[in-house]
Write a protein that binds this ligand. Structure first.
Ligand SMILES: [Ca+2]
Ligand SMILES: [Ca+2]
Ligand SMILES: [Ca+2]
Length: 302
């Protein structure tokens, strides 16, 4: 151990100079300095999991909290759905709350809200209608956290892969003759505004949320939601293109209702596995969003 002692200021400077993902070797430094530097580096560059978190904005429900450089994610444990997605400025783009009767102001919100009256209601942050699921931490590394879920009736299963840039939801099991959809019911930029906007792979100019979309999105299937106060979007990518409707409308000027494989209350997705990524991108430029989805999100791997 010939490495010279690193003063705290120098150690911190070196950590700040590191590329994301790189670890500084602090052998020889006092343990508390090394631990502090590692914690800071990890928080900036990697995917971290708190297994026993609480989502205060979702009525104190028990959650997994996943912290990444782009977002803080809250996965509600009993329903196995996302209840909050917090950006760097503290805005919650999902904004779920379970209060009965709150409707589009709270209890309807979430992602992916995938199983609706198909041998139960599953993979929705828990509201009064959600049936329980069981979740398991299947993988945990600096680059990825994977949480799997199975409905307690044993008929449905899915997984969530959290990466530094996005989360990929994969439906892995469905019962015979049942169908599902994958929804974003939330609040662009932290609250619904009529001036919030959307664009899609085949819609390169922003349209206000008051303008709906009906029908299939041509491949690559993606949609993005923005808020004019922010140079940032929430994007969703369906990795497997299909011809099923991907409809969007706003509900009561309180939340988005977007669904891959949805028209009205009809579900269309009928096979597994299918993958759906969601995340925040620090741009509102159509080409830049498309490039991030093609070059980064689509290339994620286990
Ligand atoms: Ca907004
Ligand atoms: Ca399509
Ligand atoms: Ca489609």
């Amino acid at each position: 151990m010939d490495t010279p002692f690193l003063p705290l200021v120098l150690a911190a400077t070196l950590v700040d100079a590191q590329d994301p993902g790189d670890r500084l070797q602090l052998s020889g430094a006092p343990k508390e300095i090394a631990d502090s530097a590692t914690t800071r580096s990890t928080k900036r560059a990697e995917v971290t999991l708190i297994e026993n978190a609480v989502d205060e904005s979702a009525g104190g429900l028990a959650c997994y909290q996943i912290t990444t450089p782009t977002a803080d994610w809250f996965l509600e444990k009993s329903g196995a759905g996302l209840s909050s997605l917090i950006d760097r400025d503290g805005n919650d783009w999902i904004n779920f709350h379970p209060r009965p009767g709150s409707g589009a102001e709270g209890e309807y919100r979430g992602f992916p809200n995938a199983v609706h009256r198909q041998a139960g209601n599953y993979f929705h942050p828990r509201n009064q209608a959600t049936d329980p699921a069981t979740t398991t931490v299947a993988h945990r590394s600096p680059k990825r956290v994977t949480i799997t879920a199975q409905s307690n009736n044993g008929k449905w299963a899915c997984s969530y892969d959290f990466y530094a840039t996005h989360c990929t939801f994969t439906m892995t099991k469905l019962p015979d003759a049942m169908k599902y959809w994958v929804l974003y019911e939330g609040t662009p930029g932290g609250q619904y505004d009529d001036s919030d906007w959307w664009m899609a792979s085949t819609q390169d100019q922003p349209l206000p949320l008051t303008q709906q979309h009906s029908g299939d999105i041509d491949g690559p299937e993606w949609i993005a939601f923005g808020d004019r106060r922010l140079n940032r979007v929430l994007a969703m990518l369906h990795h497997e293109d299909d011809g099923h409707p991907d409809n969007f409308y706003q509900m009561q000027h309180k939340m988005t209702v977007f669904g891959f494989g949805r028209a009205g209350l009809k579900k269309f997705l009928d096979n597994v596995p299918q993958r759906f990524s969601i995340g925040l991108i620090e741009s509102s430029n159509h080409a830049a969003i498309g490039s991030q989805l093609d070059n980064v999100w689509r290339g994620d791997s286990r």
